[in-house]
Write a protein that binds this ligand. Sequence first.
Ligand code: MLT
Length: 206
Amino acid sequence: MQKTDYVHRFEPAPPNSTGGTLLLLHGTGGNENDLLPVGRAVAPGAALLSPRGRVLENGMPRFFRRLAEGVFDHEDLVARTHELADFVAESAKRYGFDAKRVVAVGFSNGANIAGSMLLLRPESLAGAILLRPMVPFEPKTPPDLRGHRVLVAAGKADPIVKPDNSERLAEILRAAGANVTLHWSPGGHTLDRADLTAAAAWWQDG
Ligand code: MLT
């Protein structure tokens, strides 16, 4: 039994592939099944680890508590970030994947905890595809994100995340040494085909 267990799905990588592991993190109200098709489309050679958020907001799973839309319970975010990073490390032992080759793919609330993992537990991720993320918090001391690749996929018409917030997130990650690609879609706070095409191209370049 793992110390930190989540309801989750794990799909091993196809035989003979060397594709690393995607950590799939759904949005508010989602579950562990939501991003499996996205993971398969973006990185067909990767293993997939997909937990369900352990916080419930009116019955909707999330990865951490919030006080209002876009206003986070910072203490809970920090605790949940460590819990999730520990789960990834324990899952690497349990399923036998390389803990140094885990790339998060998070949407909305899932992207926000992935961003928080980059800031608080940079060793737990090699990189991240952040779909409609926002700044999870302003780090007091920048983490060392040299060698990390990050795709920030933002929407010009996103009513929840304003463009300057996406730009600030890219700036924080770059200042910490990450190699950041900021991709703009014309859409709002939902994914479109162009996001997936950009994510697959980013993955291929890695
Ligand atoms: C969050 O709570 O992480 C953000 O407001 C995004 C969302 O889940 O709607």
